[in-house]
Design a binder for this molecule. Sequence first.
Ligand SMILES: Nc1ncnc2c1ncn2[C@@H]1O[C@H](COP(=O)(O)OP(=O)(O)OP(=O)(O)O)[C@@H](O)[C@H]1O
Length: 614
Amino acid sequence: MRGGGPDSMRPVRDAKGGAGVSIRPGDLLDTLKIVWTASPRHTLTYAATSLLGSALPAANLYVGKLLLDEVARSVQGNVTYQSLLTLLAFQVGLTVLGSLLSTFQGAAQQLLGDSLQHGVSRRILDKAAGMSVEAFENAETYDKLQQAYREVGTRPLGVATQLIGLVGAVVTLVSVGALIAQLGFWVLPLVLLASLPGVWVSNRFGVENYRMLRWQTHDARVQNYLGSLLTSDTLVKEVRLFGFEPYLLRRWREYYLGFRKQLEDIVRRRALWGFGASLLSALLIGVASALILRRAADGMIGVGDFSVFILGIAQVQGTVSGFLNGLSGIYQNLLYMRNLFEFLELPDRDLNAGETWSGPIHTIEFQDVGFRYPLTERDVLRGVNFTVRRGQALALVGENGAGKTTTVKLLTRLFEPTSGRILLNGLDSARFSPRSVQKEMSIIFQDFGQYQMSVRDNVAIAEVERLADRPGVEQAIEQAGAAFVGSLPDTLDTPLGRLFQGGRQLSGGQWQRLALARLYFRDASVLVFDEPTAALDARAEFETMEALRGQARDRITFLISHRFSTVRLADHILVLDGGVVTEAGSHAELLARGGKYASLYRLQASGYGPEGAP
Ligand SMILES: Nc1ncnc2c1ncn2[C@@H]1O[C@H](COP(=O)(O)OP(=O)(O)OP(=O)(O)O)[C@@H](O)[C@H]1O
């Protein structure tokens, strides 16, 4: 798991703590630019229909008032049926216009949302594709990426629609307000005032809710991870056998209970404040109603005016609440956008920066190489020196955590050394672009990928330019001894894995052979085997090592293995201990030296019986 296993899980944090993020002045404009670029046509359509629609409530109120006044006058007999019908036609016209506008508005919103989701997802994926391995191994960056990607479907569109909604609300408020204001100068302020308490409450708790969710991101990820352990097909065997389901469920529930406590706290406080706010609002509306009825009793306003007041209150309240909710919504969405911008602004690691390396690598020399993982306090490699030449195989041995994989990460330019240099053919590797150097290297990692794609894709993605090179794939499969491919229903085109329908699941060793085929498929002068035989049976291991020796003739081979039967085949062996090279030499030399290598070798050999001994 990224960011550590369950042992490194942090406790649920307090929801009321600061979110640690605040929006910047340019964020709104930047967001609008993103929206506009996603689809200018739909942005315009949405804005135009939305703003036109905002003027309709006032028009409706006004026509309704005229209609009521006419009906009242018709009681006295001085109104023609014709004039009533004309007003009705206006009202029907407004209704039709309203539904026409909202139809266009809805369609534009859906299409704009789709373009935005695609556009922003694309930017996030582009960014993720260019991010260093280091960034992925950093929990904070990884959280940012996850959050940005998770909410990409709603947030940017939210800012746009809410902002246009705000302008629309102003149009509605001004037009409806102008009608209400004619009933008396105090009516509008009272009605506006009555809307505020409820809106304040929803605004305040909306922000708090958002902060709570933000704070829960890390813990929610841990909880999700725990859930995924219980639903994973690959882990089910281990989980059942060790029987740690109750532990996982308990941890999962602990996180849930933590979230629940925070939610209950917010819901309780929100309910209390909400109740108080609605009482206050009812009181203010009561006062306004009493005052207006006073004027009606005095014969100063008619039935049409009264309808404007009654319907206007609801309209103003709804619009003010929409306006302020829109404000807080924009704020929350902008907080998300800030996270997105911060993510997009993370320094890129340009894999193409530097001179372009071309041609085979003949020698690799580590000169005093040291390394410390970012944000950590300990050097995991110190003063590592060695030279390896074409045709040679170098084995790295050492106990778990000794620094073997890290050495390979530096060699393959996934990370850069914090001190010292790596020379390729005598030239400083740092001068050359990581991508061009990586082109000369092929690798099978300890935790190699099991791609839920076809057999052919699993092999050929090592060199995507040659995806169609069927003979090349077949050759690599043969070199890797992955003969089982021939008995798959569609041979190279058989889909693999259980994720998708029709996929064939392979055994661990079969997957590993495909990973080996992937390594062979790339035409590289440096081959790196990080535990290449861990999942292979004895025969497969032997064959692999034979093939490896064949391959190694005109290449440089790096081999990490805990199996000494494999390691002894290497020309040169480095023993790493706590990030330092403690012994170096050939198998025979190291045995003769009688140091750590010799003792580890004898320890393992004794496990294999007398034949295993040197
Ligand atoms: N991404 C990382 N961030 C911080 N520390 C790391 C990271 N990856 C590895 N380490 C630390 O670096 C040290 C060397 O790890 P490395 O993976 O190179 O060991 P290894 O010799 O390959 O071990 P193994 O035999 O278990 O594969 C370990 O102490 C490990 O905890």
